[in-house]
Design a protein around this ligand. Structure first.
Ligand code: PAF
Length: 274
């Protein structure tokens, strides 16, 4: 596995590969089984897999966890090596951002609801860095997890709207055996907080059961979910269609139930496609 800290070195390595299919997995590090599943999928579907680890400052709001975001660079390198990564990109901020540069603004509607409402301008930073990374790697396929459902939707939309050639591959949420969706931020949870955090996925299971039993009213489903979420400071529970329009009634195969909230000081998100 080659390690690149300079953008120009990664770009010239990739330019010298002739007719190779390139897979790309963007991450912020502290790699867990969710990331590993994306990496393995990329390795199995492409000739070359590039992983980036960059804790992107522009997607964090004032007062968020940028400075304490978990860093496990030594073990991340091993994980990538074992998973069959060809190139690991570890840029500094100076390699990615320049003085007085053009910026990306997330779509006015879908970029400023839900996560975008509670973390204003967060998606501007996500899209800005993803655009740069896709331009650097010129990947054929880029792998994103469904846990960040709104991010995934907005990245797909940007790729389409800006005529980028990369195919965005959607990857399933990976959960611990108790149902908690894997996230680098789970590392912040104490044992007691972890027990509370499991209620996020339990509430999604409860919603599934209600829907299977015939319930279609989104308000009733959300109220039932709330009963399990008393220990979590909820930012939102929302049910939208796959284009992020709010739904009153569940549309089977076209709905997503999304939750975000704080367990202690840790903000977690989860969702389920219906
Ligand atoms: O999902 C993430 O880890 C980040 O938002 C991403 C896509 C790597 C951009 O910084």
């Amino acid at each position: 596995m080659e390690i690149f800290t300079k953008t120009k070195n990664l770009m010239s390595y990739l330019n010298n590969l002739k007719n190779k299919k390139i897979g790309f997995v963007p991450t912020m590090g502290a790699l867990h089984n969710g990331h590993i599943s994306l990496i393995k999928k990329s390795v199995s579907e492409n000739d070359i897999t590039i992983v980036s680890i960059f804790v992107n400052p522009t997607q964090f709001l004032e007062g968020e966890d940028l400075d304490k975001y978990p860093k496990k660079i030594a073990s991340d390198k091993k994980v990538c090596q074992i998973a069959g990564v060809d190139g690991l990109f570890l840029p500094t901020e100076e390699e990615i951002y320049f003085d007085d540069e053009s910026e990306i603004i997330a779509p006015k509607k879908t970029g400023y609801i839900l996560e975008g409402y509670h973390r204003p301008n967060h998606f501007n930073g996500v899209l800005r860095v993803v655009l740069k990374l896709l331009n650097i790697t010129k990947a054929d396929n880029a792998y994103f997890g469904k846990k960040d459902a709104q991010q995934l939707y907005l990245v797909k939309k940007m790729v389409q709207n800006f005529f980028i050639k990369t195919n965005i591959v959607e990857c399933d949420i990976i959960r611990d055996s108790d149902g908690l969706a894997l996230s680098s931020r789970n590392a912040y949870l104490t044992m007691q907080e972890r027990e509370k955090a499991v209620n996020l996925s339990k509430s999604l299971k409860k919603a599934t059961k209600l829907i299977i039993s015939g319930e279609r009213d989104c308000n009733i489903i959300k109220q039932n979910m709330m009963e399990l979420l008393k220990d979590i400071k909820i930012d939102y529970i929302e049910i939208v269609d796959r284009n992020f329009n709010k739904l009153e009634k569940i549309e089977i195969k076209n709905s997503i139930i999304l939750i975000a909230g704080f367990v202690g000081t840790t903000r977690l998100i989860d969702n389920l496609e219906i």
